[in-house]
Write a protein that binds this ligand. Structure first.
Ligand code: NAD
Length: 480
């Protein structure tokens, strides 16, 4: 085991449990496939204690003022910044992403927490003018209750932060099921909240068998709200359970982001932005640019420039200086990508670069570009969630928009053009929750991150992000 990988654990009712559970899961370094840690698995008794704790946590925390909640969040943000280096190192060891990206993620978590610290005191209601004299009608917001949240491994702390910070800012308590593949950085995040003075019952952290935990928590009467980030298939399953119990949900699910490159685009800029955006986190991002729809006039030039940019990327261990693309986070992605690329190649796609696993130790995958892709290929329909860009040309704007909107998912989308007309056609014509034109700018905490259709429902940023954690009530008071 790696001696600088912090032992991950469960955090239940204010107590860290790092061993002593009947079952534990191995945590691997995806760059070496070595076991670096052991993660205790929550038992039903642990879940029951977490629920009792979160009930107590809600009773106390929901009475704390928004101002005071914000103060605790601010301290948690400061601790995240102070600890960014050690949390980032743990994240790179367990996830594989380059250390620079892990550092950015730890610091971005602090930004997100600060955004919610500010929002904590802005859960405004309103007064509605009454029909009758002497009547005062007031609408007010209150925290919805204890939350069960499920966060994935691709951004081990960013995804968890959006859930914990919003819930805590709104006055809710939360039980987070963190990512089993990448637990230690998520533990670091929870520790920052606790060390900042958050009462321990307000946050519980569990890991284990996802289906067992989600079925237990979603159905439990104490839990009032569900938040999940992950695949559409799992989101659908959890929504079904939540629907049966009439629980409110936020679902951040998969995408398959289209990128429209118009003939008048600044190709140099487009390539610079898109190589960085596509291969960041080895492409394991729900808003990763994926279906590149390129105007036929510039297809050849764009392809040549883009492929040259991709070939220059340095793949390696995330801890090594200069690494730009780390390994995939686990072997499931390697197997999935190999199958998707083989299917595409067999149906006529051209492998411009990459296309295969690298080496035989670690889950490295070559940054890949496929051209000549068609809707008949699985990869044009299933989210690759890896370092693969798919290039197809278009002749008319209608054709490009039809392909962009062909799938039921609609999360991120991109367009590159110098014309405001094309930009506005893309912004209005692409069916997605978010569109970024001429740059990558979708993820700041003040922006309402989220998708439509099969990409889910609910926002995890912006002023909209508090609403899912609040209930709206009103009083009408005859004062005379
Ligand atoms: P998966 O569908 O098995 O799991 C996705 C996530 O959901 C994981 O974090 C997993 O722990 C969790 N999960 C699975 N079953 C669950 C259950 N019954 N209850 C609660 N949580 C459950 O797939 P995977 O191999 O881990 O990831 C691959 C796919 O997941 C990708 O292709 C991508 O589409 C999607 N994904 C999306 C995001 C995102 O940011 N939207 C993040 C991670 C994964």
């Amino acid at each position: 085991m790696s001696n600088d990988y912090p032992a991950p654990g469960l955090f239940i009712a204010g107590e860290w449990i790092r061993s002593g559970r009947p079952e534990a899961l191995p945590v691997l370094n995806p760059a070496t496939e070595e076991q670096i840690g052991l993660l205790p698995v929550a038992t039903t008794d642990d879940l029951s204690r977490a629920v009792a704790s979160t009930r107590r946590g809600f009773e106390a925390w929901s009475r704390v003022s928004g101002f005071d909640r914000g103060q605790v969040l601010r301290k948690a943000a400061a601790l995240m910044r102070e600890r960014a280096e050690s949390i980032a190192r743990a994240m790179t060891l367990e996830h594989g992403k380059p250390l620079t990206e892990a550092r950015q993620e730890a610091n971005a978590a602090a930004d997100i927490i600060e955004w919610f610290a500010e929002e904590a005191r802005r859960t405004y209601g309103r007064q509605i003018p009454a029909r009758l004299p002497g009547v005062m009608q007031v609408v007010f917001k209150q925290p919805i209750g204890p939350v069960a949240a499920f966060s994935p491994w691709n951004f081990p702390i960013n995804q968890a932060t959006r859930k914990i910070a919003a819930a805590v800012a709104a006055g809710c308590s939360i039980i987070l099921k963190g990512p089993e593949e990448t637990p230690a950085s998520c533990c670091g995040l929870v520790a920052a909240f606790i060390d900042a003075g958050l009462p321990p019952d307000v946050v519980n952290l569990v890991f284990g068998h996802p289906a067992e935990i989600s079925e237990y928590l979603i159905a439990h009467p104490v839990i009032r709200k569900i938040s999940f980030t992950g695949s559409t298939a799992v989101g659908r399953r959890l929504s079904e359970i939540a629907g049966r119990h009439l629980k409110r949900t936020t679902m951040e699910l998969g995408g398959h982001a289209p990128v429209l490159i118009f003939a008048d685009a600044d190709l140099e800029r487009a390539v610079q932005v898109l190589v960085a955006a596509k291969y960041r986190n080895a492409g394991q991002i729900c808003i990763s640019p994926t279906r590149f729809l390129v105007a036929a006039e510039v297809m050849e030039e764009f392809t040549a420039r883009f492929v040259a940019g991709v070939k220059a990327l340095k793949v390696g261990d995330g801890l090594d200086e200069g690494t730009q693309v780390g390994p995939l986070a686990h072997d499931r992605r390697v197997t999935a990508l190999e199958a998707l690329i083989a299917d595409a190649a067999q149906k006529g796609a051209r492998v411009e670069c990459g296309g295969n696993r690298l080496g035989n130790r670690g889950f490295f995958f070559a940054p890949t570009v496929l051209s000549g892709v068609t809707p008949a290929m699985r990869i044009m329909n299933e989210e690759p969630f890896g370092p693969v860009a798919l290039l197809a040309s278009f002749n008319t704007e209608e054709e490009a928009l039809a392909e962009a909107n062909r799938l039921d998912v609609g999360l991120g989308a991109y367009a590159f053009t110098r014309s405001s007309r094309n930009a506005s056609r893309a912004i209005n014509g692409i069916e997605s929750g978010m569109v970024s034109v001429n740059h990558q700018g979708l993820v700041f905490p003040e922006l309402p991150f989220g998708g439509i259709g099969d990409s889910g429902d609910g926002k995890e940023g912006g002023t909209e992000a508090m609403e899912p954690y609040l209930i709206t009530r009103f009083s009408t008071h005859l004062t005379e």
